[in-house]
Design a protein around this ligand. Sequence first.
Ligand code: PMP
Length: 444
Amino acid sequence: LIENNARHLWHPMAHPAEMQASPPRIVNAGEGVEITDIHGKRVLDAVGGLWNVNLGYSCDPVKEAIRQQLEQLPYYSTFRGTTNSPLIELSYELAEWFKEDGLVRSFYTSGGSDSVETCLRLARQYHKLNGQPERTKFFALKKGYHGTHFGGASVNGNSNFRRNYEPLLPGVFHLPSPFTYRNPFGTIDGAEIAKGIARLFEDEIAFQGADTIAALIMEPVLGAGGVIVPHETFMPLMREICDRHGILLIADEVITAFGRTGAWTGSRLWGVKPDLMSTAKAITNGYYPFGAVMISEKVAQVFENNKSAMGSIGHGYTYSGHPVGAAAALASLKEMQRLNVAANAQVRGEELIAGLKELYERHELVGDVRGKGLMCAIELVSDREKKTGAAKDIVQKVQDVAYEAGVMVRTSGANVIISPPLIITAEDVTRIVSALDAGLSAAG
Ligand code: PMP
């Protein structure tokens, strides 16, 4: 396995040489909040799969729903109006789930990148159908992450995900990220930073012409960019500016939609109703590749009132509305609600942040501690004063030693990201913090 892994498998975000340099982590089992590698080592999965295994690895209702649906109807397409029962049931449940966010219709995808792509396409089509075909441009945030498709890559706010694929979509503009730790505004006051970004947005709208702009896409809490939690005024300010200029607001909630931040959605956390929302990941607890785009009445109406050739969505995937994915999602929603994982994410998140802050006090290597609910990160620095990001091998060392100590964490640049299943206990939090403590001691 180790040899063939290095020889034949192309890993997302990892160089083939890395697979030869250090023994790869081949994970072959999962139970509760733990995973087991081929050497039989069990570790607490503080990555939560990839921010998505909210209910852990032993969620029987989801497994059973998948099994039953596979027996009954393993696949049928939803192309041109066919549909299936679990999907209709799911659409009803999602409408209930997202009612508070003003989103009552759903369109189905196979994952986060598809959901983002769908949002971007719907935004352009919305304006076209609305008699404003020139509204084609997109705004996004630096440090935002929106997947790997060309539309998503175009709005990504990190050059690593963009520069090998340029030229990308024209007419995409990036605002500064609402980052208090590092930003161009010379302040750490989140409210001032929010106002500064709002001024730049207004200025750019005036320069571009509002009637050329389709949408602003943003994560309510920025994830892969290093867990950046904006000031509470930031997303409402963006909403208000979008409204004033007829720009759609797309909330990319691929990470935040199902309780990860301690609220059921990231938009709700900030009291904002987006026009479109991309979701995926935890919708099936990670057990099946699936995603949903949630659509507001305002956007839906424009499509429904227009009977032109493209008045229907005119866009879809072979796996849109996959019945097994729908069954997995239905069971996941019920289980997340039954266990109230959002509430647990909030309580455990506060404990985790308190633990990470203690690590900050004891380890010079920690430059910043950030998080909301169970979406947390520590940023490692070689110089606290200058906020210089730590070298890659130092960050790797922290991850390796934490793994030896029984906890899997994820690295992203100089950040160590902690996003465990939302069902973790207070003891699990202690275990995560002490494994990181060991990692930081070894690397510091
Ligand atoms: N948007 C956000 C906010 C994400 O975090 C991700 C994945 N981490 C994506 C989109 C892309 O999702 P996927 O990897 O399922 O295509």
